[in-house]
Design a protein around this ligand. Structure first.
Ligand code: NCD
Length: 452
């Protein structure tokens, strides 16, 4: 990795205009054009005079809203750059409508030191989407001694997690939650009790039995959700639960929220669009952690979004090279691509499926994740970021997405911008597409194509 100085608005053309669309403003969805000058929204309305020489982005029949924010992206750099780099992952993110992503710490080396975190933030600063970092909660993600959380928090790191594994030791989790509370940062958990999961590579049930693959029960996730909710409630700490996948987890979070516990939760599109019946093919492209589950769990995740128990769609974008994904099922690594398909899947299943409005889609894909990641306000820390997840308004930094609800497209792993191709949606026709993505006033995606 090379260390590069941060660049901010320098890539933006002087003036751009987005015309003909319906815009998500503080007053809701309104027909409006907007003008962006030097990265800032300077005019919004139906009678806007377009400045001469402006780069015009057509948005007829489209919706213009705040760019999406992904709470859960595996960028693989440093360590596995053959699967993804920060640059390729950020390009995939921009094509998926994201203007900010949170990079997970399970890289090699792990993101548990200021040196490595700085290097990732430096590369993120010149890519096509803003890159924030989730720091490891324990040194080397080993679940033993705490990482230098205070030092990383000074760099602006807001989320701490050993994602890829849960913190197994309840005492370590409790100390980490307490430490995070003191620093005003958030403890995020990958909920998986290894002793209960017992090495299971799929959900324990009908399909694990049919395929003869070791299964892990839903309780492997739910036991850690319950433990962490108790600890967070007792300490008054802020807890974020990563990639929830079971009906029991959703119910536990629902009750905890009613009880006033400071918890937020995310779920990934594959957990509300696929069931473990996909494993019939024995194809490791469907191997993911937490595993795909039966239909009643999928329905519970959807219901969790519908009633606000689940706050955010998170991709858990997990690129893997074909060499590793082609290994026998139990040897292949878990994980699937997500950045370029998340919007269409959420739009299809939750909006077209009449579970939420388009405004709520922006809440779960932009506003809520921006707030959870602390990316909703500008940060002037050494590695500052611009605000994300705000309704479109004059004076805001132009971090925007333009979505086309009528467009359809077909997923082709080899054509995705991600370096890897491990999408479980190969050949599937998707409804709803990303037309343009604007980062700090720069059109990084124009008419569905990356500009750099
Ligand atoms: C993640 C990865 O590949 O980094 N894989 C996954 O299936 N979600 C790590 C993990 O959370 O297990």
């Amino acid at each position: 990795m090379t260390i590069i100085q941060t660049a901010r608005y320098d890539m933006a053309p002087d003036t751009i205009a987005i015309v003909g669309g319906v815009v998500l403003t503080e007053e809701g969805l309104v027909r409006a054009d907007l003008v962006i000058e030097h990265g800032l929204i300077t005019a919004l309305g139906t009678d806007v005079v377009l400045p001469e020489g402006a780069t015009v982005l057509e948005a007829k029949d489209c919706i213009v809203g705040p760019g999406f924010v992904d709470l859960h992206t595996h960028l693989r750099e440093p360590g596995k750059e053959q699967a993804e780099t920060i640059a390729t992952g950020a390009r995939a993110a921009a094509l998926g409508g994201y203007t900010a992503v949170v990079a997970m710490p399970n890289t090699d080396p792990v993101l548990d030191s200021a040196f490595v975190v700085r290097a990732v933030l430096d590369l993120g600063a010149v890519s096509t989407c803003e890159v924030a970092v989730a720091g490891a909660i324990t040194v080397g993600r080993k679940g033993e001694s705490l990482a230098p959380i205070a030092e990383l928090a000074k760099l602006g790191v807001q989320l701490f997690t050993d994602d890829g594994s849960g913190v197994q030791h309840g005492g370590v989790a409790r100390r980490a939650l307490d430490y995070c509370r003191g620093l005003g940062v958030t403890y995020a958990e990958h909920c998986e009790d290894n002793a209960i999961a017992a090495g299971g590579v799929v959900h324990e049930g009908e399909w694990s039995a049919k395929l003869g693959l070791p299964g892990q029960p839903a309780s492997a996730e739910e036991a850690m959700v319950a433990r962490d909710l108790l600890l967070a409630g007792e300490l008054g700490a802020r807890l974020h639960l990563l990639h929830l996948s079971t009906s029991g987890s959703v119910e536990l979070v629902r009750q905890a929220k009613h009880a006033g516990i400071n918890v937020t939760a995310e779920a990934a599109p594959h957990h509300f669009t696929l069931t473990d019946a996909a494993l019939e093919s024995y194809d490791a492209v469907f191997k993911v952690n937490p595993p795909l589950r039966p239909e009643h769990h999928v329905q519970a995740i959807i219901d969790g979004f519908a009633d606000g128990t689940i706050d955010a769609v998170a991709t858990d974008h997990a690129p893997h090279t074909p060499e590793t994904k082609d290994l026998p099922f139990d040897e292949a690594p878990p994980g699937m691509l997500g950045l370029e398909t998340a919007f269409s899947l959420t739009f299809e299943r939750l909006v077209l499926g009449a579970k939420m409005s388009i405004e709520q889609l922006f809440a779960v894909m932009s506003m809520n994740p921006a707030r959870i990641a602390g990316l909703d306000a500008a940060s002037s820390r050494p590695y500052g970021h611009t605000p994300h997840g705000k309704p479109v308004a004059v004076g805001n930094v132009a971090n925007l997405v333009v979505i086309d609800p009528e467009a359809t497209w077909t997923v082709e792993g080899s054509s995705l911008a991600s370096l890897a191709a491990n999408t479980p949606y190969e050949g599937r026709t998707m409804h709803g597409a990303i037309r343009h993505t604007v980062l700090r006033g720069e059109p990084v995606v124009l008419e569905g194509k990356a500009t750099r």
